[in-house]
Design a protein around this ligand. Structure first.
Ligand code: ADP
Ligand code: LRH
Length: 497
């Protein structure tokens, strides 16, 4: 084994970072060389990602990575959030800035698409939970793709594929990111032709699927010249951030649920085959693709988006608060007795989050949280209760008892949420690493270099390199009682509506 120095670019929905990784054959060490905000831009009535700015940040990261390592890294790979894409013409020009999955255009498109294929059929064919953010509905919203002749030779590239294309000149769709779209056959792990045809989506839009760990090509010579770096390999490691995070869970057994905690909370379990039943559809579980063809059966829960948006609103009102300060406020909040459903699509769009949370409590007949500490406390407890509900659904669907919960991602820096999760679920929470996504990205590159053989070796390396923190459940009886209160106020209430 040689010593391997690589770089990973991880674009999350709220921030991005560029990390170098040094793998000595047994352990991985990482260093963050560049971090930046990822702020969407509302323009002309549409919510966009600022792709050019993000590409600029990526290039800054390449320069800083070379500076830090003293040479060009052995390879580069990009991962991003799911479902979003850019369109390019035959000359490789980007057709507009990619739209944000929270843009409102896809909600009516979803309703239209479901007139052509039922939700049950779509789920049976793709195994993806019903949500307006899914690529399938976003593409359906782009009517010109179906009717405009000029669009007949355009190609669709998911965000990591789009970065990889502009880095290497190679067009491909990496399997894990493609698996978030609602356009794949989860059994064959290929584009789902009957679904494309039902919605008249042109086959020509779609690129070949490549498996995680595929070398796409070398860094383009113009970029090498611009940044003074060598033509390092560009690797489609694990394009979907959540898939990369799950690959680096430091577990040695399989009896666990995971929560990848960032803007979203993705809670689920790793399986060999998808679950495509009517029950898993009703419970809103997705079957996404993982490393080595594994299936990530998981649920998208609103996650810390609820807190991010409150923070943004309060900043616009003139109070800038760090995440540490927000958590501190919740720590000293009065006892909470109001909850929201952290899976409810009413929380999907940006704007006015504190008011939307208050409105949810009001219309569901609960006390309305007034102060900022009360609102934060309501968010964090609602997330923990949603995790417990989701855990029992996973156990129902798989027939397994899951002994512990692995939590990874930036959200585990909220230690209050980790402890609440342990208390409410009554399961031990094993938290870490914070940078699971970048680590998964780097270790999938190491695999492509032939330096580790498989997923269990990857997880062994992560275990040795980044010791996790354990949270033991406390006050079981009190939280059991509170969960019943949540169940009555949120879950049963919804069943009635
Ligand atoms: P994404 O990849 O989706 O952009 P991250 O994994 O970076 O998200 O996680 C971001 C979240 O982590 C924030 O919404 C915030 O709630 C939480 N977070 C970040 N830093 C801290 C901190 N110092 N204390 C508590 N929570 C934090
Ligand atoms: C988390 C994530 C998640 C969803 C969402 C759109 O960053 O990738 O798994 O796909 O973004």
């Amino acid at each position: 084994t040689q010593s391997l120095q690589m770089m990973a670019v991880d674009f999350g929905a709220s921030s991005g970072r560029v990390v170098t990784g040094h793998f000595d054959g047994e352990r991985l060490s990482i260093q963050e060389v560049h971090r930046f905000d990822n702020e969407p831009v509302q323009l002309g009535g549409r919510l966009h990602w600022d792709f050019l700015r993000l590409f600029h940040e990526l290039k800054q990261g390449v320069v800083k990575a070379k500076q830090q390592l003293g040479r060009t890294p052995a390879s580069i790979a990009v991962d991003t959030w799911g479902v979003d894409y850019g369109l390019v013409d035959p000359q490789g020009r980007l057709i507009g800035n990619p739209c944000h999955y929270r843009d409102l255009r896809s909600e009516p498109a979803m309703q239209e698409a479901l007139k052509l294929i039922t939700e049950s059929e779509l789920y049976a064919r793709t195994g993806i939970q019903s949500s307006s953010i899914n690529t399938v509905y976003q593409l359906f919203a782009e009517e010109h793709l179906r009717i405009d002749q000029n669009a007949s030779d355009w190609r669709m590239l998911f965000m990591p594929d789009l970065f990889h294309y502009y880095l290497s000149g190679v067009m491909a769709s990496e399997y894990t990111i493609a698996s978030t779209s609602g356009l794949l056959d989860p059994m064959k792990r290929e584009w789902n032709m009957p679904v494309l045809d039902a919605l008249s989506l042109p086959h020509s839009l779609f690129n070949p699927i490549v498996m995680p760990g595929t070398r796409l090509g070398a860094l383009r010579s113009d970029i090498c010249g611009e940044l003074s770096v060598d033509a390092m390999p560009v690797i489609a490691a694990s394009g979907h951030d959540t898939a990369a995070a799950v690959a680096s869970i430091p577990a040695s057994d399989s009896r666990y649920a995971f929560i990848s905690s960032g803007t979203w909370s993705l809670m689920g379990i790793e399986l060999d085959e998808p679950i495509l039943t009517e029950r898993s559809r009703q419970l809103l579980f997705s079957n996404e693709g993982g490393a080595e063809g594994k299936i990530r059966m998981l649920k998208n829960i609103m996650g810390l988006w609820l807190l991010q948006e409150c923070r943004r609103t309060w900043a616009m009102e003139g109070t800038q608060l760090s995440y540490a300060e927000l958590t501190e406020l919740a720590q000293h909040a009065p006892v909470n007795s109001s909850y929201v459903d952290a899976g409810d699509a009413v929380f999907l769009p940006p704007g006015g989050m504190p008011q939307r949370i208050q409105e949810y409590c009001r219309t569901s007949g609960q006390p309305v949280p007034q102060s900022r500490p009360e609102i934060i406390r309501c968010i964090l407890e609602s997330l923990a209760f949603k995790y417990r509900q989701t855990l029992s659904e996973i156990e129902e669907l798989t027939g397994e008892h899951l002994e512990h919960i692995y939590m990874v991602g930036g959200g585990i820096q909220n230690r209050l949420l980790c402890q609440l999760t342990a208390n409410v679920t009554g399961r031990t929470v094993i938290a870490g690493p914070v940078e699971a996504t970048s680590i998964g990205n780097l270790m999938m590159q190491a695999k492509a270099h032939g330096e580790v053989k498989n997923l269990s070796e990857i997880r062994e390396v992560v275990r040795q390199s980044f010791p996790p923190e354990t949270y033991v459940p406390e006050d079981a009886d009190q939280w059991e009682e509170r969960y019943r209160q949540y169940y009555r106020r949120v879950v049963l209430q919804q069943m009635k509506n």
